[in-house]
Write a protein that binds this ligand. Sequence first.
Ligand SMILES: NC(=O)c1ccc[n+]([C@@H]2O[C@H](COP(=O)([O-])OP(=O)(O)OC[C@H]3O[C@@H](n4cnc5c(N)ncnc54)[C@H](OP(=O)(O)O)[C@@H]3O)[C@@H](O)[C@H]2O)c1
Length: 346
Amino acid sequence: MQDYEYMQLAVDAAQQAQWRPWKNPRVGAVIVKDDHILAVGYHHQYGDVHAEIDAYQQVADKQQLVGATIYVTLEPCAHTGKQPSCATQMLAWGLQRVVVGQIDPNPLVTKHGVERLRAAGVQVDIWPIPVSEAINPAFHYFFTHQLPYVTLKVAQSLNGKITAASNEATKITSAVVDEDSHTLRAYQQAIIIGSTTALVDQPSLAVRHVHTQHQPLRVIIDRRGRLVNSAAVTQDNTLIITENADFATQAEQVSYLKVVTPQTILHLLGQRGIQAVLVEGGSELHAAFVQAHAYQEIIVYQTTGLLPNTGVSSFGTADSMTDLGKIKNVKVIDNTLKVTIKREEA
Ligand SMILES: NC(=O)c1ccc[n+]([C@@H]2O[C@H](COP(=O)([O-])OP(=O)(O)OC[C@H]3O[C@@H](n4cnc5c(N)ncnc54)[C@H](OP(=O)(O)O)[C@@H]3O)[C@@H](O)[C@H]2O)c1
């Protein structure tokens, strides 16, 4: 097998973890000696051992590691976090070569892992095309821009309506589609909704149907303070962002910003280390994010039902889905099209 085939195996292994690494990147590793695969490993879950160590633990005879090559999708870490530094541990294995899929954008790691290995005489090759970013868009975006990666999510009828009327909650998707959107939630550290959606739907915003150890932070945008005295104010794991200074003094969960815009919201969440954010609407809030170009991805669950033409339209201003970006993926789930759109960054 060739280098690229081993690296592809490492990428496939990384993806097996799905949402479970949470804020950590999905990483895969393959250890090879004399064209023979000794082990395939990945980072299974937030807080667990890293991919390199997962692969290492599967090699029964550690002598086989002497002179071996490891393919790893992201630079081995050089700092002690929840786990000891991988680069330091790897030095004891007697590896001949380390092939790194991409340099880690986290400043605690960037190039330090590679430098530590090279300084000890290990050959380190950096993959010519970065492989980790495609597996971990939010992780790379966050460490490159110090802002969360934003996905707008909407479920709409065939005629592009998200609800029959603004003051009314309309069920649009089936239970099977709901399960898919809960998986989408499990990848996020925060979910944002507008004040009307909070008042009308009162959604729990929790991840259900999918096993996760982390619930995303509920973020409600309430510039005017319409949620004063509502149950949301005392809910745990909740952040209400407001321009109403009096409201902000009433509870710890309420944060004051002089001007609330998509940019100031994302700046605040970025400061809190939130890498991935899902904006679940409604229409006005989505329109504000679209107008500000404050999103990287949109997921539309396009159902086949119709709602009254007087209902609330998705995204307010955009004429069609193609105005929002490039359609990257279309999948059918239970009679519903799941359309993934990526915005072309300027
Ligand atoms: N089918 C779906 O996927 C779906 C999803 C969610 C909601 N819905 C439905 O949508 C309806 C509510 O939608 P809606 O459009 O009426 O209201 P909404 O988006 O829930 O609420 C409007 C929000 O946008 C904020 N906002 C407006 N312009 C802004 C700007 N330039 N910068 C920052 N924030 C801005 C408002 O802040 P202030 O309130 O502080 O002014 C408010 O929080 C409900 O009926 C709900 O059931 C459907």
